[in-house]
Design a protein around this ligand. Structure first.
Ligand SMILES: Nc1ncnc2c1ncn2CCCCCNC(=O)c1cc(-c2ccc(F)cc2)cc(O)c1O
Ligand SMILES: [Mg+2]
Length: 214
């Protein structure tokens, strides 16, 4: 039977990356996606911007919306301080199964909780299910038309505190126009655009960093 692209991506990790070495996992995925098969990871160029924001925030509690194969999960988790936790939500069970193995290969299982399901269903249950108070950093990389409703949901559920940072992928390509309009015009956010390119291409894309002001 035919393998899927995520399965072939996992194979490239297991073949080319060193167990327990997150950077080698990131490098193996980027090489696979640049030279073999494109895949919708945040990628190396936007990944450097992600790394700098994670390092600056130095978060104790991170939420990632949209795990896919776990590429950004590994990038983020590898930069977290001890005892910090990353909860990552993935809707697609096949993607989730691959991501678990990629995260395990990187040796980051202790820092990551992968939850299968839709963001709209899980966000209201975060506090009771995972003992989360608020998130210091949220990385939005899931359905582009869910960025805005899920941001409003996180506000309503009290999951954001003064200073919480939202970092959104793909605000240009595929684009999240309603989300951009909201965070850039709302008095409750200070927003900043980091111009970059769609992963592994020359097409313009970028990350939007928005700080919740409470
Ligand atoms: N827990 C949850 N709740 C809701 N939705 C959930 C979810 N967990 C997952 N999903 C569903 C996300 C499906 C993937 C989202 N990402 C994307 O759709 C995406 C697409 C491109 C792209 C750009 C140009 C092209 F020509 C083609 C594709 C690039 C990217 O960096 C992308 O992140
Ligand atoms: Mg993306």
């Amino acid at each position: 039977t035919q393998s899927t692209r995520p399965q072939r991506l996992l194979g490239a990790v297991q073949k080319n990356a060193t167990r327990g070495d997150p950077r080698s996992v990131v490098r193996a995925i980027d090489h696979f996606c640049r030279h073999k098969e494109w895949a919708m990871n945040v990628g190396d160029e936007k990944g450097c911007i992600l790394d700098s924001v994670v390092s600056e925030v130095n978060p104790a509690a991170v939420l990632e919306l949209g795990t896919y194969c776990g590429y950004s999960t590994v990038r983020i988790a590898s930069l977290l301080p001890p005892h910090a936790k990353l909860i990552t939500l993935e809707f697609n069970p096949d993607f989730a199964a691959i991501a678990r193995q990629v995260i395990a290969w990187a040796g980051l299982e202790e820092k990551v909780q992968l939850v299968e399901g839709a963001s709209g269903d899980w966000i209201p249950k975060m506090k009771e299910q995972f003992g989360v108070k608020t998130f210091d950093l949220v990385f939005l990389d899931h359905w582009k038309d869910r960025y805005l409703p899920d941001t409003k949901l996180m506000e309503e559920c009290g999951l954001l505190r003064k200073g919480s940072v939202l970092l959104a992928d793909n605000v240009i390509c595929p684009g999240t126009p309603d989300y951009l309009e909201y965070v850039r015009s709302s008095p409750r956010y200070t927003s900043q655009y980091f111009k970059s390119h769609l992963e592994y291409t020359k097409v313009e894309d970028g990350l939007e960093k928005s700080v919740f002001l409470g």
